[in-house]
Design a binder for this molecule. Sequence first.
Ligand code: IVH
Length: 677
Amino acid sequence: MPESPRDEIRRLRREVERHEDLYRRKHAPEISDYEFDQIRDRLQELEAAHPDLAGPDLGIGDDRSEGFEQRDHAEPMLSLDNTYRREQFTAFVERLAGKLPAQGLHFVVEPKVDGVAISLTYEKGVLTHAVTRGNGFRGDDVTANIALIPEIPRRIKGAPDLLEIRGEVYMRMEEFARLNAEREAAGEPLYANPRNLAAGTVKLLDREEAARRRLSVVCYGLGACRPSAFRTLSDFNQRLKAWGFPTSDLFTVADGEDGAWKAIERLDAARRTLPYPTDGAVVKLDRIDLQAVAGATSKFPHWAVAFKFPPDQAETLLRAISMQVGRTGVITPVAELEPVLLAGSTVSRATLHNADEIARKDIREGDTVRIQKAGEIIPQVLGVVLDKRPSDAQPFDFESRLRELGLDATRDAEEAAYKLRAPSREMRIRRLMHFASKHCLDIEGLGEAVAEQLVDLGLVDAPTDVLSLEPQHWALLDKFKEKSVDNMMAGLEAAKSRELWRAIHALGIPNVGMQTAKDLARHFRSLDALAHAKLDNYIVQRVGKKGQELKSFDTVISGIGKEVANSLLSYFSDPNHRDWLKAMRKAGLNLEEAATTGSAVQAVAGKTFVLTGTLPTLSRDQARDLVEKAGGKVSGSVSKKTDYVVAGEEAGSKLDKAQELGVAVIDEAGLRKLLGE
Ligand code: IVH
């Protein structure tokens, strides 16, 4: 039976809301912007045809999330309408001309940088807040993370009393590649694309991790400006540059529809060579007084539009759907493709996200699929080319495939992903490798080959089993002579006296990375205390002036919000995991935070250090360990609170910043002196 308009509207509204949430809050979209626009356009068309069935306005989405103060924008932050074809762009110009007194139209054209929108408020020339777009009227105050971007001026001369500067926070391709190379080396899953990573970083509560991921910004827009000070966007752009804000170096002025179109074409030709992600061009009316005349809808200005470049796409054969099992047991279906060239690289796999996604798109093995790469490294499967479907193609039955593969998995009602009920061989291997890895217990000699054998020989199920292995067990491993057995035993012995945070990180608790493990160790001081913590050890409800409970809450440990807290609670409530703790205790692993005093060094204790550049003999991690053991703190960014910047070879902007702020700069020898070596 065909879907009634009422049902279709209801379904489309749910889809729009779901995809907005995936994009704006979870930073993990499942469909392309183009597909999203198509759903939204279809909904708009239906609601226009059936006004009686239309629901309330869905707005422009909302990025606000837990753990942030919220702040009103002095002027709303609107979104842009998207165009994909020249006719649509021409229609925009004609509509605009119709709203203005007859005259030539002057536009500015610049790349649409793919990041997250930010509004920077300057009061009497001083940066007071950085706020996300939120719902357009009210956003999250993310000043702490935005202040980590060195190129944003803190003070500007000759500014109007109130000035809101709008821009895009993004991540450069090079930085994205650097972070992913680190993840790959650590055996962690890769980030999908620079846009999602930038959006996630802006909202990161872990300051140190945020500082480690370098963000950039480009400024392009004017919010509130009191008293008014600019006649055109080109004037404003000049002033931004004079104040030292990063602006687009591809900013151009263009006359009329024709001029703007030529500028769009030039940007399209240049986009693949740019050092930042772009997904289109933005065309805006230059004159600010005429912008006011043109006006806006509740979502988009009438005086500006985005032209989205078509993403690189290809068609290829879906040979099979395979199942990838993560360290925590989450199962992700993967499209195994006939290799095809796409955006400069050969693609042979693509993620299919989850079972619902496969069902929604009715993707079948043997189908020809359209795939797309738009900034991300992992391509998306857009959909099936139905004309090319083999007549014998069968709908994909997720659960029976899991059974065929011997994967015993289920999913909770609200979860999209299936998860293994009991760990598989791969999971056991990966859990053990994580447990032993450099940023965990650092068990020398325990790499992939050894982990595989330990699991296959049935010597290790839970990773903690490795702690109780005796020489005769190790001797069962391939090529393990007496010497290697001795080395392994020595490696295990050394692992027993490592810092508490390593034991916490080694447990592989979802959402608990190295930095969070360190924060937890410092706060709880023993694994026992951590394992017995309750929700109110992490977050406390805020109470209003009249003693009433508010919806918001305060975090007890900076950087650890509800999501991480819940993940910890659910982890430690699992009886299997409690057995792991028992095994660690029994093996004599250090599960307490060492009192800082023993080794605290007067000159270092309580001081904040920033490490930059390459030091002659110490790695970053080693230098950090030395400082932390001596009671000092290592931070990722230079501020007035920094006591020392330890600079090595090729130190970059942090060194400049230190000099600018008058922070003491020392080298490795200087650090060693402070440590009393
Ligand atoms: S102008 C009134 N210029 O694209 C709207 N936006 O899809 C003014 N964006 O919300 C926006 N580069 O976050 C403008 N050069 C640029 C841009 C740009 C990226 C973002 C911005 C906006 C979104 C709309």
